[in-house]
Design a protein around this ligand. Structure first.
Ligand code: ADP
Length: 556
């Protein structure tokens, strides 16, 4: 019973266990993969931000060199010192230089703020003749030597970084070399390559941005006292700076799914901000994790299934071996029972054979004499009698051999009378010796075909008849009755003994249950086994005259 439950529960429990583990693994993997993807994205974003900042730095470094070199140029000094003959050649030189370096404009402003020469001298937007004394980079460079300012162009309205360098003649300031850098190309490349990037100045105002809408927004509140509306309007084109949208800086993506990493640019206190979207990476990592869990699940199920299959197969093999062993034991027991029975009936059979053998001897001796006397006909009669007697001996030995035959055959259709006759034949002597009368009145039903097997039906009947003979007193009788119903033929043996002892009634068909001094207690156990094996049964009842055993045999 408990084995059955175990069997039923084992795969269900194993499956539930695996599913639970898989669920926990899924939750843990999701979390771990998400964290790992976040860390990875953050690290990658940091590296990318550092590369972008370094690129920007070297670009600015390159541009800042140009005004520094030009400030020491003799032609520049001459023009700003008042020698206007240098203007034409300088205009051309500045134009070439701007083209080579990629600067938006390079121009020379005298000490009063008037532009003397410019790279864009040929264009309608030429700076030549413009007064830049109001620009703070001009005033600052004149006062401090160098200056830089990010602002909108007064004419072009295009944003850019103005880098200025003072030109000296000894201690006398002659003017300023200015260069304007525009960042359209960089912004364009950022826009193409990443989710977003922007650069802020010391005050947190966005200067360069992949999204033009972000420019001149503020990333943090700016103290009103430090601002001048007039100069803001001049620099940024608006006095009212809007604030930037917020991006997550840590692992908390609840505000927005985007993540921001900041990297300082080693110039003017600028910061480069890189915006990345970690979600695709998180999604991919989580999907990979789930795939791994799924694979793990499949492998686990396959392993558990394999183990269960293996255990089942081993059990089945053990069961089959056990069944084979039991069946062999049963055969051996049945055979032992047959041999024991044979031993018990041999005395009677010996008597059966002794008589015809003695008669054969007498007929043979007489025959010899009859031939010597020339009485051929009488001698032939003797031979015929000898033949009949040897045929009878043959029948007896056949019965004995048949009964002791080891192999039990599969059931087949046979008349029940065959088994009854054989059994009675072998026990005839015992009936006679013990003066027990066999009463078998209606023999007609015994010809009913049954589905059985001669040797085994005979064995059961002999067991029952021997017990009946044991129980019946001398002068008693044993009755045989055959009855039929739709499916079974019932062969009842009723004796004239004292019936089944109540002490043994419950264990009658169990091995070694006996009340006899020399009994073994196997006869009924084996008979029960044989009848069940043939698809029938064996039952008993106590009757007023004695015990009755009924063999229930399937009809053919
Ligand atoms: P054994 O004959 O060796 O005792 P059995 O299995 O044939 O073994 O019988 C078991 C017991 O059943 C007998 O010892 C006897 O007590 C009881 N029994 C069997 N048949 C009869 C019967 N016809 N009348 C009374 N008791 C019987």
């Amino acid at each position: 019973m408990s084995k059955g439950i175990n069997r039923w529960y084992l795969p269900v429990l194993a499956t539930l266990g695996i599913l639970l583990v898989a669920l926990l693994a899924l939750v843990a993997t999701d979390r771990a993969m998400r964290d790992a993807a976040m860390t990875e994205t953050r690290a990658a974003a940091e590296a990318d931000a550092a590369i972008l900042a370094a690129g920007l730095e070297s670009e600015l470094e390159k541009f800042s060199l140009v005004p520094r070199v030009l400030a020491n140029d003799p032609q520049v000094r001459a023009l700003l010192g008042g020698d206007s003959s240098q203007r034409a050649v300088l205009n051309t030189r500045l134009e070439d230089l701007a083209q080579q370096t990629g600067a938006a404009a390079i121009y020379l402003v005298d000490a009063q703020g008037m532009t003397e020469a410019a790279s864009n001298w040929q264009l309608p937007t030429s700076f030549v003749g413009s007064d830049y004394s109001f620009r703070s980079y001009f005033a600052e460079a004149l006062a401090q030597g160098t200056a830089s300012e990010f602002a909108l162009g007064t004419v072009s309205r295009r944003p850019g970084l103005y880098i200025a360098q003072r030109v000296n003649d000894g201690d006398t300031p002659l003017g300023v070399v200015a260069l304007k850098v525009e960042f359209d190309a960089i912004e364009e490349s950022w826009r193409e390559a990443m989710v977003g990037a922007f650069v802020t100045d010391r005050e947190g105002i966005v200067l360069i941005a992949s999204d033009p809408d972000w420019r001149f927004r503020t990333t943090r509140p700016i103290a009103a006292a430090t601002r001048s509306e007039a100069s803001d309007a001049l620099r940024y084109g608006s006095a009212d700076l809007e604030s930037m949208p917020q991006f997550a800086t840590g692992s908390d993506l609840s505000v927005t799914s985007l993540m921001e990493r900041t990297q300082p640019v080693a110039r003017n206190g600028w910061d480069l901000h890189l915006i990345v979207d970690p979600l695709p990476q998180i999604d991919a990592a989580v999907a990979n994790g789930r795939l791994a869990v799924l694979l793990g699940l499949i492998v686990s199920i396959a392993i558990v299934g394999g183990v269960i299959f293996w255990v089942r197969r081993r059990e089945a093999r053990a069961e089959a071996e056990m069944a084979e062993h039991t069946s062999k034991l049963r055969d051996q027991l049945q055979q032992a029972n047959r041999l024991a029975t044979l031993g018990q009936i041999t005395a009677g059979v010996g008597h059966e054979i002794r008589q015809p053998v003695a008669a054969v001897r007498v007929f043979a001796e007489n025959g010899e004499k009859l031939i010597a006397a020339g009485n051929q006909d009488a001698a032939s009669e003797n031979f015929a009698k000898i033949i009949a007697l040897t045929a009878r001996i043959g029948t007896i030995t056949e019965e004995l051999l048949g009964f002791s035959r080891r192999a039990a055959h599969p059931p087949k259709e046979m008349p029940l009378s065959q088994a009854i006759d054989s059994a009675l034949f072998l026990l005839r002597d015992r009936f006679e010796r013990e003066s027990v009368t066999l009463v078998w009145t209606d023999r007609s039903l015994a010809d009913t075909p049954v589905r059985g097997e001669h040797v085994r039906l005979e064995q059961v009947l002999i067991n029952i008849l021997q017990n009946a003979l044991d129980a019946s007193p001398p002068g008693g009788d044993i009755r045989i009755d055959v009855a039929l119903d739709a499916d079974f033929c019932r062969l009842a043996v009723t004796d004239s003994g004292s019936g089944i002892n109540p002490d043994i009634a419950d264990t009658l068909f169990q091995p070694f249950a006996t009340t006899k001094e020399t009994g073994v207690g196997l006869g009924l156990a084996i008979s029960f086994d044989i009848m069940r094996d043939l698809g029938g049964n064996i039952v008993w009842e106590n009757t007023p005259s004695g015990a009755r055993f009924i063999m229930v045999i399937p009809r053919a």
